[in-house]
Design a protein. Structure first.
Lengths: 223, 223
DNA sequence: CCCCGAAGGTTGCAGCAGCATTACGGGCGC
DNA sequence: GCGCCCGTAATGCTGCTGCAACCTTCGGGG
């Protein structure tokens, strides 16, 4: 899952990014509304976290702007301006949720899940493949209903493959699913993850296999 | 997908070509505007990437020239000249997008997708032929909904034929779909790929056949 | 109707790009 | 400080791919 965080307090932003990454969520961060518009054009985010008090204006002005481009990505407003009237204001202009600072990361996670559940979201509910059930939303995996723990990166690879199971996923798509901007890689780290993931799937008897299509990408297939 | 890259910094051009090729995109590269005009006459590109500061003038002058020939191929300007006024200038002469250097390849990809999305682009959509489904965008092929792996070059041949199924595709068009400039070939490599592709399609019972029109080209037909 | 040249088809081979695997070490969390 | 995760790099291997040699098919003209 990939979020856009629009927030001008660097410390909070960093802390939040770190916290979310523990949940397997990639976060792109910007401090300016102007950049945010660009970023949403360039990327498909699962959700947007928006501060109100920003250097270049009230974050709320961003929401109509976003909707006008036809994007219905959920927006969660995170702000100290948490008076009831201010909340109404926020939701009226199209925010999907409104969360007052300070807040617990767990609450944010819960609200995220809630927001993503609403429409038949891109992030599908559960994917069954082989003897596995994969839940891209909670980033959890089970084999025969028994939870199956995976390291974060391998989990991201697996869910990205599962979302398009039985179809080839371009190598570049996988890279985008596992890494965000700041963390470019220059080695075969992705290959290494795939190798380790394969071993784990094999040891666990998951009933699935990761195939390579030389020069193109990978695909997840039942055995 | 095939792009024309007009850019005088060799290193950047090479890096970009390599990056794009990972997305299954072929790139033709020239350093001169004069050549670019010729190239667009001889080839059909899905999009054009244009630098401004070139040895033979401001790249922007190329856009009206191109439009006058009736070509509406999207043009994305890539340049260090990224002042707001310069952006306006670029967009006003007919560029479809304007991207300041340095930029992230992912951003370029996103903008490419955005630009190609506008008209119901040729590149999109899935193609059904015989018992096969071909997805030129994801470079994936399935027979009876079962994924069908192909080597990269054969895949490119097949998608090029599928895009004009039941119609003859010139031999030169095929060559252009499979190879870009830097990798000229001097043997019957294309014939070899077609031969190998035919064998694979036959073995798999794909329900399609590649026919030859002597002296002209090939066509893909249901059996 | 057959002959012949040209276009296309097939296939073995060698080179190499791309992939798989694994060990290593830094780093972070517990 | 112990263990797990993760990026890096070295190594080995697989099979795609360009090439070329050889074979087949096609079509026109004698």
């Amino acid at each position: 899952m990939r979020l856009l965080l629009i927030e001008d307090e660097r410390e909070l932003a960093d802390a939040l990014s770190r916290a979310l990454s523990k949940h397997g969520i990639l976060t792109d961060h910007t401090m300016h509304l102007a950049d945010a518009v660009e970023l949403t054009r360039q990327n498909v985010y699962d959700a947007i976290l928006l501060d109100r008090r920003l250097p270049d204006g009230d974050g709320l002005t961003f929401i109509p702007q976003l909707r006008r481009t036809g994007t219905d990505t959920p927006v969660i407003v995170l702000t100290a301006r948490n008076e009831p009237l201010e909340r109404v204001e926020g939701l009226d202009v199209g925010a999907d949720d409104y969360l007052g600072k300070p807040f617990l990361v767990e609450e944010l996670m819960a609200r995220l899940r809630a927001v993503l559940r609403r429409p038949a979201s891109l992030a599908e509910r559960q994917i069954a493949v082989g003897r596995m059930m994969i839940d891209p939303l909670h980033l959890s995996v089970a084999i025969d209903a028994i939870p199956f723990d995976l390291p974060r990166r391998e989990l991201l690879v697996l869910t990205a493959l599962a979302k398009r199971k039985e179809k080839t996923v371009l190598r570049s798509t996988l890279e985008a699913a596992v890494y965000n901007y700041e963390e470019e890689i220059q080695s075969n780290a992705l290959d290494a993850h795939i190798s380790r993931l394969r071993k784990r799937l094999l040891d666990a008897g998951a009933g699935v296999a990761v195939h390579n299509i030389r020069g193109v990408g990978y695909l997840l297939k039942e055995e």
